[in-house]
Design a protein around this ligand. Structure first.
Ligand code: MSP
Length: 647
């Protein structure tokens, strides 16, 4: 099968931000998913470089339009590799071959009688670069740009859009998946329930010269949307290039809700007029806000993708955006949210699973994949969960429900983590009689890791390369790069030596997150920035510090907590006896702890962890310099009476 997927071509009046990044990440992920399914894929993005807005932006910068568009278009094309986005084609509307195709189409449509000359008076919004209807205004303003449109009367060329209204309505009804999610299809049908006007498709050169000249009247240039939408054809060699037939018949466009009308109404009616089949699918997503506020230059909260990659890493950014936004609905970015996902989903759930599992095979089997013995019910349950995950993944990723695909994957991560806890490989390892069972358990865990590597591949490129390497598989090994092959159970070859696992996701500290949020707010929102500034100097007053009750405590008992491989239940004297639940099980065995003196925070509010009330916290230093994070308990340099204050 073939897949042809496109993003909008972005206006070069602004630099790339999170919104552009999201659409392009979505298209890239979908491309990679379809490749995983064995498709031939063509993925196209690019820049939209004509029109009033661009001229204004160039004037503001004091440079010629061409110089200006080259610079900003370059910013888009150079951002995508940083986000591991790999389009097959980057199209620019100033490319000479695009200009030729637009002029050919204009001439064809004109010759067929669907373009006519007329006079029009209308309400024109500069921001939208289109005329608005009275109905669209909110309190007399354009709802997107909060400005009243200008009333303009001029002679212009018009496209007979109204002629195709019924044909479009019929097409939408006959193809329920033409516009998804459903809410956007309904929006378009509601709009089409009113009479459609013809579309003004020219601008007099007296008003705008930065555009493609009409082939049948050199005093006019074409309207930016008539030029821009055609990029989807130019990019595959319309009319007679080799790529055209095969790709156009399967074309899918991804856009956000802001440009629904041009894509769902102008574009299909243009295609009807050209006598071409319509694109197959229009996938429409919602808007990213930042801290629940609309992203805007004047507020100063515009989030730049390259900065996000520098702060959080590209795998985290891709995962976060796809997981956090329900495709079709709006979502809000915040540094708190991305740090929380990185720490919980990535570092804890997924990263720890990989490092624990590989470490166990290193420890118990010298890093060699064991041959499984006979499978038991718990192994079959896990395999069933894997099957279920794969089925769901395939279904929802194909429908652009990436958040659901990731949810299904993380449910499976949870299943594997629980399988480890209940299979207790560490207990099996103690006894020769557990040998065959341990082999099966380790093999089952490693196969699960392979399946996770396979399904995460479209989302996280760097991390899945590392995962594959640890499993001794190059990235193009079909077992982790082709769904039809890789989804089968039991493809890991016993006897293969595993490789070292590079750290997948470091844990992020909250402090880093605060810095980032100040960066985003620094320009505007004075009040918010001031508040964050105070907290951000990282200093606490002496009075605040004095509130902490730090003491030397002696560990008198320690035991593992069932169902948790991270937590230990400690009984300490400080000097009274108390219980503290500490997340150190991966670093200390209970018997190593008895008799140690440690430093605790004694006046932390009690908290229940795995059903056990913890009264305080044991302090430990974190060493993240190596492949694995190591915790080292703090202590004092000599023996002191238990309960001594630390100040
Ligand atoms: N040039 C036109 C598109 C022509 S396509 C034939 C255009 N350009 S744009 O630069 O304004 O890009 C709009 C698109 O950018 C949206 O449809 C969406 O893909 C992305 N986004 C811009 N801001 C966004 C958010 N705040 N949130 C999510 N995506 C948004 O319109």
């Amino acid at each position: 099968m073939t897949t042809y997927i496109t993003t909008p071509i972005y206006y070069v009046n602004a630099q790339p931000h999170l919104g552009h990044a999201y659409t392009t990440i979505v298209a890239d992920t979908y491309s990679r998913f379809r490749r995983l399914c064995g498709d031939d894929v063509r993925f196209q993005t690019g820049t939209d470089e004509h029109g009033d807005k661009i001229v204004e932006a160039a004037e503001r910068e004091g440079v010629a339009p061409k110089e200006y568009v080259d610079t900003i278009s370059g910013m888009f094309s150079s951002t995508w590799p940083v986000l591991e986005i790999e389009p097959d084609n980057f199209i620019r509307t100033t490319d000479p071959d695009h200009i030729k195709v637009v002029q050919k189409i204009l001439q064809d449509v004109y010759d067929s009688g669907d373009i006519y000359f007329g006079e029009y008076t209308g309400l024109y919004c500069q921001g939208c670069e289109r005329y608005l209807t009275e109905k669209e205004l909110v309190d007399g303003n354009c709802p997107d740009h909060q400005k009243p449109p200008e009333e303009i009367a001029e002679k212009n060329y018009f496209f007979r859009m109204s002629k195709y209204q019924q044909q479009l309505i019929d097409h939408i009804h006959a193809h329920p998946e033409f516009i998804t999610p459903e809410r956007y299809k309904n929006e378009v049908l509601a709009f089409l329930s009113e009479p459609l006007e013809d579309l003004c498709i020219s601008r007099p050169k007296s008003r705008l010269t930065w555009g493609i000249e009409l082939p049948f009247d050199d005093k006019f240039v074409t309207y930016v949307w008539f030029d821009a939408l055609i990029n989807y054809l130019t990019g595959i060699g319309y009319p007679d290039g080799d790529l055209f037939e095969g790709n156009w018949s399967v074309a899918e466009h991804v856009i956000a809700k802001d440009i629904l009308k041009p894509h769902a109404i102008y574009w299909p009616t243009m295609l009807f007029s050209m006598g071409l089949p319509l694109y197959q699918k229009l996938h429409v997503h919602g808007y990213w806000n930042v801290d629940n506020t609309k992203m805007s230059k004047s507020i100063g909260n515009v989030v730049r993708p390259k900065e996000l990659v520098a702060a959080y890493g590209v795998d985290t950014l891709r995962y976060f955006t796809l997981r956090e936004m329900s495709f079709g609905l709006d979502s809000s970015f915040s540094s708190e949210a991305i740090v929380a996902r990185q720490n919980a989903d990535l570092a804890n759930d997924l990263g720890n699973l990989f490092s624990r599992a590989i470490a166990m095979v290193q420890k118990y089997r010298g890093g060699v994949i064991p041959a499984p013995g006979s499978y038991t019910d718990s192994d079959s349950d896990l395999r069933q969960a894997a099957e279920k995950m794969l089925g769901r993944y395939e279904e929802v990723m194909g429908q652009f429900n990436f958040h659901l695909g990731l949810q299904a994957i993380w449910e499976f991560v949870g299943v594997v983590n629980r399988y480890i806890v209940t299979s207790e490989p560490w207990t099996l390892a103690k006894d020769e009689s557990g040998k065959e069972r341990l082999d099966t358990v380790l093999y089952t865990i490693l196969e699960s890791l392979r399946l996770l590597t396979l399904v995460l591949r479209p989302v996280m490129i760097g991390a899945t390369v590392k995962m594959g390497q640890a499993l001794a598989m190059p990235k193009d090994d079909a077992r982790i790069s082709l769904l039809a092959v890789g989804r089968q159970w039991g493809l890991l070859e016993p006897g293969t030596q595993l490789q070292a696992l590079e750290t997948l996701f470091p844990r992020l500290e909250k402090e880093e997150k605060k810095e980032q949020s100040v960066k985003q707010t620094k320009k505007g929102k004075k009040k918010k920035a001031d508040v964050t500034d105070v907290a951000d100097d990282n200093l606490v007053s002496f009075d605040d510090f004095k509130k902490l009750d730090l003491r030397v405590a002696e560990i008198v008992a320690a035991e593992p907590i069932k169902k948790s491989d991270r937590l230990l239940k400690l009984t300490v004297k400080a000097p009274e006896e108390r219980t503290i639940v500490a997340g150190i099980a991966e670093h200390y065995s209970p018997e190593d702890l008895i008799g140690r003196q440690v430093i605790i925070v004694a006046n932390l509010k009690p908290a229940k962890l795995m059903g056990i009330e913890s009264n305080g916290m044991v302090l430990a230093a974190k060493d993240i310099s190596g492949e694995k994070e190591i915790l080292l308990l703090t202590t004092v340099s000599g023996s002191v009476p238990t309960g001594s204050n630390v100040a």
